[in-house]
Design a protein around this ligand. Structure first.
Ligand SMILES: Cc1cc2nc3c(=O)[nH]c(=O)nc-3n(C[C@H](O)[C@H](O)[C@H](O)COP(=O)(O)O)c2cc1C
Length: 356
């Protein structure tokens, strides 16, 4: 029995967002001194050269990252590195601070190993995030920056929002993600329309002197044709990859009474859906466009399924909440064993192994 499996029932008596804030405060305290950071690393890191992934001109020590939303304001990147994650994606970061939707806005669906959130892009804004990254330094693992628009922005202002956050934070980033797939922010216009996407990418391209890799994050609920249309635009602008997927508005097959809450569904029920999106993306692009797979990863097997479907890297949020601090270590150790069992010498060899 792990320590977390004893603490979890207690943490789960608290409202989900309160428990999350408490968890983050603990991680922030743990990363604040060198000895506590080293102790975390010693307890939780798992190193194996077979797990390393070379992508976006950098080396990921392992393919298991923390998804956007967990560390929106870059407060605990060093603790997440010490817990053995292979990369962390901060954000969604908006140009100005934003309070998001009213609480409660985060719910556990325990029977389904899932969560529903309607946070609504709450965050401290790009200037605070920038100062923090300057003060704390970037983590020892690759850093993704997920950029978004203000809830109040119209179509034209939205483009300027993406440009400003990109301009401010891309110098710290190993990759940047344009998030146009949040199901719980107000939408006054069609964020996914080809015209809007083209305008965003054109603007970022003009801004991108340092050639920072740019990816787009997509949702799991779009029909396949519109996903392929988006991929065509991604290729047109020579972007660097896709993050698949964000949370879902579907409630199919759930048991928990909390499914009534509106917002984006994450966790186990999303697993197969997001893996299917990864597979169809990888097939459509002949495995040539890097994919970061996210949705319901909580074990080596679930990470491995996404890798074999075509993901070069995976991320998780909900699995971390349910499984606790040893999540990355457990998944990475299991991945090493699965690679060896199947005769792959590295993660990179297993990417897309299930494709025709
Ligand atoms: C509370 C919460 C907040 C999130 N916030 C963001 C966000 O700000 N930006 C984003 O791109 N995704 C956000 N996500 C989505 C996650 O990054 C991820 O795509 C989704 O949760 C599926 O992964 P999971 O099943 O491992 O949680 C959030 C998810 C949760 C649960």
């Amino acid at each position: 029995m792990t320590l977390y499996s004893r603490v979890r029932p207690l943490a789960f008596t608290l409202p989900a967002e309160t428990a999350h804030d408490l968890g983050k405060r603990t991680l922030r305290a743990a990363q604040s001194t060198r000895p506590t950071r080293a102790a975390l690393s010693y307890a939780y890191r798992y190193d194996d050269p077979a797990l390393e992934v070379d992508l976006f001109d950098t080396t990921f020590p392992n393919p298991v990252g923390v998804a956007a939303g967990f560390d929106k304001n870059a407060e605990v990147t060093h603790a997440l590195a010490a817990l053995g994650f292979g990369f962390v994606e901060i954000g969604t970061v908006t140009p100005y601070p934003q309070s998001g939707n009213d609480r409660p806005r985060l719910f556990r669906l325990r029977e389904d190993e899932a969560m529903v959130n309607r946070m609504g892009f709450n965050g401290q804004g790009m200037e605070r995030v920038k100062s923090r990254l300057e003060a704390d330094g970037t983590p020892s693992i690759p850093l993704g920056v997920n950029v978004g628009k203000m809830n109040s922005s119209d179509e034209r202002e939205a483009i300027e929002d993406y440009r400003r956050v990109f301009d401010r934070l891309s110098p710290f980033a190993d990759y940047v993600v344009v998030n146009v797939s949040c199901p719980n922010t107000p939408e006054e216009f069609d964020e996914g329309s080809p015209e809007h996407l083209r305008a965003i990418f054109e603007t970022l391209e003009a801004e991108n002197d340092r050639d920072v890799p740019i990816l787009v994050k997509i949702g799991p609920d779009e029909p396949e044709e519109s996903v392929f249309d988006l991929v065509d635009i991604v290729r047109e602008f020579d972007l660097d990859g896709i993050v698949a997927t964000n949370t879902s508005t579907s409630r199919e097959g759930l048991d928990s009474p909390r499914q009534e809450e509106w917002g984006g569904l994450s966790g186990k029920p999303l697993e197969d859906r997001s893996t299917a999106v990864i597979r169809s993306l990888a097939e459509y692009t002949d495995g040539e466009l890097p994919i970061i797979g996210v949705g319901g990863v909580d074990s080596a097997e679930s990470a491995y399924a996404k890798i074999r479907a075509g993901a070069s890297l995976v991320q998780l949020y909900t699995g971390f909440v349910y499984e606790g601090p040893s999540t990355a270590k457990r998944i990475n150790r299991g991945l090493s064993a699965l690679l060896e069992r199947d005769g792959f010498s590295s993660v990179e060899d297993a990417v897309g192994a299930d494709l025709e």
